[in-house]
Design a protein around this ligand. Structure first.
Ligand code: PAF
Length: 285
């Protein structure tokens, strides 16, 4: 396993692979790798000849009050986990390598970043779009792998690739969950034991609303009341948003008009968790 620190090193590795006709896969991460990342790496390794995993805690996607400083960092451990899942190289640049002195160029994706997390984390998707486009230009992958767990991020990246004619395929991969339903996230390690115990309520609430919408049996309660009601019973949870949106445009939508995504963001103690479900159609349709 090679851990590369500079843009020049990655460019040289990728150029050799591409010149030899090999397919290059990129798995962009911020490190603190877990089974969710490993499932992306395994998929990339099954579909590509050279798999590069980037590990970079990107400062431009964190707000001033967010967890940039305490975000877990352990490149050696990440390199082991990446290798175990089939990666060939880890690209772990320092902040100065990605944003050198004088840096001043940013990418803004417009409408799909207006709602959901974009409305609550100003500048977040500008930072994501910027670093992802930089990683694409540095690593020149044929395919790039992202988790569906960060649903809005995936829509933003697909939009960016399409709008700016970036020559690669974006591969979205299914959310990996704990047996109790909690979506895997590097931020889960911030949770106390007690918070971890109640965290699966989020997905349970989403599933209950989704089942109601699929079966058309919500009775007296709207889907939003169902989600807010379930989460509101847990005093440690503060709901940031519950929204019903179109899966492509991400614009607010009547939840009875399928397909629809139910997306939530919740603060559980000091930790912000997001999750979603997609409801494609009704069971009786
Ligand atoms: O999903 C993440 O870990 C990050 O947002 C990404 C895509 C690696 C960009 O920093």
């Amino acid at each position: 396993m090679q851990v590369l620190r500079t843009v020049a090193e990655v460019r040289a590795l990728v150029a050799r692979a591409r010149n030899a006709g090999r397919i290059v896969g990129l798995v962009p991460t911020m490190g603190a790798l877990h089974e969710g990342h490993q499932s992306l790496i395994r998929r990339a390794a099954a579909e590509c000849d050279l798999v590069v995993v980037s590990v970079f805690v990107n400062p431009t996607q964190f707000g001033p009050q967010e967890d940039f400083d305490r975000y877990p960092r352990n490149v050696e451990r990440d390199a082991e986990l990446a290798a175990e899942a089939g990666a060939d190289a880890v690209f772990a640049p320092g902040v100065g390598e990605m944003y050198p002195e004088g840096y001043q160029t940013y990418v803004t994706v417009e409408r799909v970043t207006a709602g959901l997390c974009g409305a609550h984390r100003p500048g977040h998707f500008r930072g994501v779009a910027t670093v992802v486009l930089k990683l694409f230009n540095i690593c020149r992958p044929h395919r790039a792998y992202f988790g569906e767990k960060d649903f809005q991020q995936l829509v933003v990246i697909r939009r960016l690739v399409s709008d700016l004619n970036v020559d690669l395929e974006v591969v979205g991969c299914e959310t990996v969950r704990e047996p109790d339903g909690l979506a895997l996230s590097s931020r889960n390690q911030y949770l106390t034991d007690e918070e971890r115990r109640v965290a699966p309520l989020i997905y349970r609430a989403l599933r209950r609303a989704a089942e109601g919408l699929r079966s058309g049996q919500l009775f007296h309660f709207s889907p939003e009341q169902i989600v807010r009601g379930a989460l509101g019973r847990e005093p440690r949870m503060k709901v940031e948003y519950v929204e019903f949106v179109d899966p492509v445009a991400l614009e607010p939508k009547d939840p009875c008009q399928l397909p629809v995504v139910i997306a939530v963001a919740v603060h559980l103690g000091q930790t912000r968790l997001i999750d979603h479900v997609i409801i494609e159609g009704r069971e009786d349709a």
